[in-house]
Write a new protein. Structure first.
Length: 134
């Protein structure tokens, strides 16, 4: 199946799915510590300040880096093209309108919205509604 580029098709075609795992966004200034922790990471990004990793709760706690903002991942389940325009803005925008923080991570096949765990059920309702209305 080819990737979807059309904004409306991306939004209406998404099927949000809530991952029950709790995640933490963590940063490591020490590259060796980051390398050891990266085996557990589902995402990483190198920044000037250090290496950022998204770690499952169990791994973050074991490493002593669990944050005070536990997050849950909502996978949008639409094969959005890397050059598709508007999906990230629509998702982040509709969640922002409802006061829900959102950290978007675009991977090759799908986009993922990380939201505070406390807001995850409401975010799912909002995103499911957005897809249905589009």
């Amino acid at each position: 199946m080819p990737p979807v580029r059309d904004r409306r098709a991306m939004i209406s075609g998404m099927s949000p799915e809530l991952d029950p795992v709790i995640y933490h966004f963590c940063t490591f200034a020490d590259a060796e510590v980051a390398k050891a922790a990266s085996d557990h990471a589902i995402a990483s990004f190198t920044e000037a300040e250090g290496i950022s990793l998204v770690l499952p709760d169990e791994a973050a706690r074991a490493l002593g880096v669990a944050s005070d903002l536990p997050m849950q991942r909502i996978t949008l389940n639409v094969y959005s093209a890397l050059d598709g325009v508007g999906l990230t803005a629509a998702v982040a925008g509709v969640l922002a309108e409802q006061g829900i923080a959102c950290n978007m991570v675009a991977a090759y096949h799908h986009d993922h919205a990380f939201v505070p765990a406390v807001d995850a059920p409401r975010a799912m309702e909002i995103l499911t509604g957005l897809a249905a209305r589009s």
